[in-house]
Design a protein around this ligand. Structure first.
Ligand code: IPM
Ligand code: MG
Length: 361
């Protein structure tokens, strides 16, 4: 049977705590099904800066390129905040996305019934929310040229980033979005700022053209400011969303908190040969090292890895079902804890879910 080579890049902060819990699930799947997983750990982000002087070494990049999938934790932290832009931990992740051509970032945000009360929104507003944000990940404002900073003689300065897209870049992420929407409720909101930005006008034009190939999908074009409001006012209106890199960065955090906690939301970055799977929450320096972080986002990311990179859909479903069962049993990490539920730490939550996954086979 084929060996699945998984690069494990836990990174920094709580990435180091939640990634082992995600890996645990893959090991259980391996044991139960006979599938063989080979895990290769590597440094990325701040821990890589400390060890090698750069946030992503060529060796780590090459390891990733030669793996079947990447299990990623999180990067960054106050320790490296003073690093120059090009050497910040976040650069490691950005370079990985770019080099591996991971142009489509899928961020599902689903409000679990038993966690409705963890959401900052009222039950009647948020109940039933089930979104998929598709964020363009290798272009737009994050990568556009020109970029840089010039210093003026008078002590002032001018800094530039550029939001740029080619037709091809928009078209390929739009196709991913339509394909995803076809498997969901066939509703796609394309989010832009076409009333102001030329790049958004092109975005709208190309998305409309691609839409002709998907007559079954109901498409709407929404301005990003209006979308951010509508997401808190009437989140159940939306199903699949597709948008520019920075807009997607912002809207996906908003979608995440609607669903109760950032600690619940996984993501998949796709497009190139090797997919990357990471929880949406970051390194959470305030709780790092305390063993209290919620591993569910990382665990659900491992489920996405099984589904999208290894085509093991039923194994992925088992992990998702196990997460639900443990939540139904009343176990909660600190971020989703409320009166009457049982408070557990990172490893304990991972073990509880692992036990349920084992039982499912
Ligand atoms: C995310 C993060 C990253 C981003 C950071 C860590 C570079 O916020 O994945 O949403 O801005 O893309
Ligand atoms: Mg972000």
């Amino acid at each position: 049977m084929a060996v699945h080579k998984i690069a494990v890049l836990a990174g920094d902060g709580i990435g180091l705590e939640v990634t082992p819990e995600a890996k645990k699930m893959l090991q259980i799947v391996g044991k139960a099904t006979g599938a063989s997983f080979e895990f290769e750990p590597a440094l990325v982000g701040g821990s890589a800066i400390d060890a090698t002087g750069e946030p992503l070494s060529d060796a780590t990049l090459s390891l990733c390129e030669h793996s079947d999938a990447i299990l990623f934790g999180a990067v960054g932290g106050p320790k490296w905040d003073k690093e120059p832009q090009e050497r910040r931990p976040e650069r490691g992740l950005l370079r990985l996305r770019k080099e591996l051509d991971l142009f489509a970032n899928l961020r599902p945000a689903k409000c679990f019934a038993m966690l409705v009360d963890a959401s900052p929104l009222r039950r009647e507003v948020v109940e039933g929310t089930d979104l998929m944000v598709i964020r363009e990940l290798t272009g737009g404002l994050y990568f556009g040229e020109p970029r840089g900073r010039e210093e003026f003689a008078d002590g002032g300065a001018r800094a530039i980033n550029t939001m740029a897209y080619t037709t091809r870049e928009i078209e390929r992420v739009a196709r991913v979005a339509f394909d995803v929407a076809m498997k969901r409720r066939k509703k796609l909101a394309s989010v832009d700022k076409a009333n102001v930005l030329i790049v958004s006008q092109l975005w709208r034009e190309v998305v409309s053209r691609v839409a002709d190939d998907y007559p079954a999908v109901q498409v709407e074009h929404v301005l990003v400011d209006n979308c951010s409001m509508a997401l808190v006012q009437h989140p159940t209106h939306f199903d699949t969303l597709v948008t520019e890199n920075t807009f997607g960065d912002i809207l996906s955090d908003e979608a995440a908190i609607l669903a109760g906690s950032m600690g619940m939301l996984p993501s998949a970055s796709l497009g190139g040969k090797v997919g990357l799977y990471e929880p949406v929450h970051g390194t959470a320096p305030d709780i790092a090292g305390k063993g209290v972080a919620n591993p569910i986002a990382a665990i659900l990311s491992a489920a996405m890895l099984l589904k999208y990179s290894l085509n093991r859909v039923t194994d992925a479903d088992r992990i998702e079902a196990a997460v639900l069962r443990v939540l139904e049993q009343g176990y909660r990490t600190r971020d989703i804890h409320s009166a009457g539920t049982k408070l557990v730490g990172t490893v304990q939550m991972g073990d509880l879910i692992a036990r349920e996954v084992e039982r499912a086979y």
